[in-house]
Design a protein around this ligand. Structure first.
Ligand code: ZN
Length: 476
């Protein structure tokens, strides 16, 4: 977007010292990109998309601060696109690999990156039709084909095994309990400093994944702070979820749940099965209508069936933990259309999670106008999305080119987060054997990062800093 090679932020030639710099997810929650430079290597930890407001998304078009071909390797914590979604662009700009990740992260990227490329292509086409792109003709950030090509750069690794990722630089992946494959990454340098990246940390009570492994000892911690100033209300979450579904079923209605395709769908299905067994929710049909969610679901099933180290043990002894016995999987378009003919009581889980696109729009446009139905919002709804408008009580919602009256009940159940809350983060840090010399607090809105920084200082007595975007610090 008007930025060329001449605008590349100036980073000096490889430094004679070891430097850590923050090129994304610094005082914001998206665009995770952290660079470690040594005299011999440049290693990037995460390569995420900026998402949300236009000002942030524009950063996706800026050239990377160092020549992509000069990067030695990328280490990837997990498959969410705010951590992985810029890899295809980095590859298109000359990065030749490798991308180191866990097996399940590599497999999930095989699902989410091509989908991301397809969405960028659709966006560019739409922008072209409506004439608001700065490119003529409008260009996608990258294409589905470019995303598929970048998958060849991945090298998958086992948990807790040291991998030499550059001369004198070693990486170790430990479970982060956030989504399948999600890792904390310990980066160690020969006779030099070590840095632990938390990645996104999960919750100790994830129904499928084990709690995050304790933080390894390291000189420097880089820790996320998405919910650094908030606590989740666990007790009321399941109660609200169950009672909304039971009430809708009692009046013969349909529950539509816009859900993030990876992990959220699994967590919802798991709880639905338990709630139906306990009698808290009647045994009504449950449809999952999202090709990406169903692909991810099969990876979760495989991980459980093979007793993957990151999963809670014994989940497979009692049948499919994601099938309440009434599960329908809508794999193709014909099956998706048949859902329209189904009458309540019924639960439909479909992507996208904030109703910004995807098949859930068809279900919403069909079901919103009926007061017997319910829309359950189970995740964060960003400003400007249809999910947010529903949350704020909008009575007419535009989708697929027409306005639909909102007569269905709208229920917000925000507690199904896959992120540790403030107490979880502090408790996780407190499990460290040896305190780090310094903690850099990243991946949070400024208030959340600052709140966590203050708690680390006051409750743990450690030095903690919220780095700014583009900031460079010497490693001790
Ligand atoms: Zn994540």
């Amino acid at each position: 977007m008007g930025t060329g090679q001449n605008c590349r932020m100036v980073v000096p030639a490889r430094p004679p010292v070891r430097v850590l710099s923050f090129h994304g997810a610094a005082r914001t929650v998206t665009g995770s990109r952290f660079l470690i430079e040594t005299p011999e290597a440049r290693v990037l930890v995460d390569c995420g998309l900026f998402q949300g407001l236009a000002e942030l998304r524009r950063r996706n078009w800026k050239p990377f601060p160092v020549e992509p071909s000069d990067l030695t390797a990328v280490l990837l914590t997990h498959a969410h696109v705010d951590h992985s979604g810029w890899i295809p662009r980095l590859a298109a700009e000359g990065f030749g690999g490798p991308v180191h990740a866990t097996h399940n992260t590599a497999d999930l990227c095989g699902i989410v990156l091509p989908d991301s490329g397809r969405l960028h292509e659709e966006e560019a086409t739409y922008a072209g039709r409506h004439g608001y792109s700065r490119h003529t003709p409008p260009l996608p950030l990258y294409t589905e084909d470019q995303a598929r090509a970048s998958l060849a750069l991945f090298e998958a690794h086992d948990w807790d095994t040291q991998v030499e990722v550059a001369i004198g630089v070693w990486a170790l992946f430990r479970p982060a309990g956030h989504i399948l494959g999600a890792a904390q990454i310990l980066v160690e340098t020969d006779e030099g400093p070590s840095v632990l990246f938390s990645g996104d940390l999960g919750r100790p009570n994830h129904p499928v994944l084990r709690e995050p492994a304790a933080p390894a000892s390291a000189d420097v911690y880089v820790v996320e702070s998405t919910y650094g100033d908030r606590l989740h209300d666990d007790a009321r979450t399941l109660e609200r979820f169950a009672s909304a579904i039971a009430a809708t079923a009692a009046r013969g209605g349909v529950v539509v749940i816009p859900a993030f395709a990876v992990d959220r769908t699994e967590v919802l299905l798991f709880h639905l099965r338990e709630l139906m067994r306990d009698g808290a929710v009647p045994e009504i049909p449950v449809v999952v209508d999202s090709p990406m969610a169903l692909s991810a679901l099969s990876l979760y099933r495989h991980a459980i069936a093979t007793d993957a180290a990151e999963c809670r043990p014994g989940l497979h002894v009692d049948g499919d933990p994601f099938d309440p016995g009434t599960l329908h999987e809508a794999h193709d378009v014909a099956a998706s259309k048949r859902v329209n003919e189904m009458s309540g009581p019924l639960v439909v889980i479909s992507a996208s999670g904030m109703a910004t696109g995807g098949r859930v729009l068809h279900h919403l446009s069909r079901r919103l106008g009926d007061s017997r139905n319910t829309v359950l919002l189970v995740g964060y709804q960003a400003a400007g999305t249809r999910g947010r408008r529903l949350l704020e009580g909008e009575r007419m919602l535009k989708m697929l080119g027409r306005y639909v009256p909102v007569r269905a009940e709208i229920v917000d159940v925000p507690g199904f987060s896959v992120h540790a809350d403030a107490d979880d983060l502090v408790a996780w840090l407190a499990r460290a054997g040896t305190p780090p010399r310094i903690v850099y607090v990243v991946h949070g809105e400024p208030a959340a990062s600052e709140a966590l920084r203050a708690r680390i200082e006051s409750e743990l007595g450690w030095a903690a800093v919220v780095p700014g975007p583009g900031e460079r610090v010497l490693l001790p």
